[in-house]
Ligand binder design. Sequence first.
Ligand SMILES: [Ca+2]
Length: 427
Amino acid sequence: MKKLDLWKKVWMVMLTVMLLFGSVGSIGKGAAEEPFGLMNPGFEEILPDGGGGWTSPSAVGWSLWTPVGNPSATVSDSVYRTGGHALQISSPENGRAAVSQDIAIEGGNHYKLSAWLKTADVTSTQGARLRVVYYSGDQQINLIYSDKLRGTNDWTRIEKALDPPKEIDRIRVQLFLEEGTGTVWFDDVSLVKTNPIEAIEIEEEQITVEQEKSAPLTWSFTPEDALETGIRWESSDPSVATVQDGIVTGVREGKATITVKTKEGLSDYCVVTVTQNPEHPPVAIESITLSPETATLDEHRYTLLNADVQPKNADTDSLQWTSSNEQVAIVEKGGLIKALSPGKATITVQSKDGSVQAQSTVTVREYEKDEYDQLRERWEEQLLGTSSFDENNPRMTEMMKKRTEKAERLWVTMYKNEDHVFMERFS
Ligand SMILES: [Ca+2]
């Protein structure tokens, strides 16, 4: 029955985590790119005679709108980012102008609009920016604005993700100098259809790496052709293992969780076990301070003790936690206390050889269960099958094993907040 108890405990921790944080899943969207039909996106096709309000020359495929003042629009051959031309909109006096192009699209898909902008002395409140008008037939449905540039800027890329609803069949891409004065150049406008990233996955669920050695992780996206929009790697405990661009390096003996996250908030993780390099014995613990020194909690509740170990790079994973009275309170690795029944227990944490130790006194108070507690207990019974669990049922034990592994992986991603009053998901 010992094995089962361990599973139950771990599953309880997972349950606690879930109750604390609601849901741990995440849904996000990313991008795999496929070019989409914008005409003359680099302003290299020009009409020498202009017309349509343009100062000659004008840009093929684009039309000018000047709702305020007398701004001018032309294609410049002296300022450009690529090729030999860029769109230039200029307003020496107060004015507002947009250069636009309409494109048929399929609503319900994802698109990304981007452009390069360069500005000179733009004083407009709304600055120079991109705007997209959503149309359903002839009906204007919505206006989408990008970030803006004001003042003077060298070539800067501005990007806006578009998620037009199903009924949208056309968009108007608008390059704006909003009301004010100044000059803006636009070049290399791009509209791409994007495939949402559904998942990022690290192939290795667990790896083992020796202290001071490195090992690479392998990761992939779903769908396979989804374009990487930027991922971030983090270690739950850089004093155990560090990670850079998917390469894990062991620092000291212990366990850490390596997490990868996409810009869209999708993530996956891998548990790394760092084994000791035989040439470098672990740093011995010189002192342990356990806080708080005394703790009072209601029965059936959890609290977390914090062991401050000196020196900082000492081997904290070998710390041993014991309770003087397991009827009253039990303690798990890491200092997690569960109050079982009213009374007092001394919690001791000590180094592996027992030469250094610290203690806290935990007082457990009787607690009358309210409806919420009863509800939680009913869920616990339902989820764990506490009284109906049959260790000899292979399907049941397999399920518990899987949940336990999942809970263990989740558990190492939790860490104490700075006040050590509650735990946070590593993020
Ligand atoms: Ca160009």
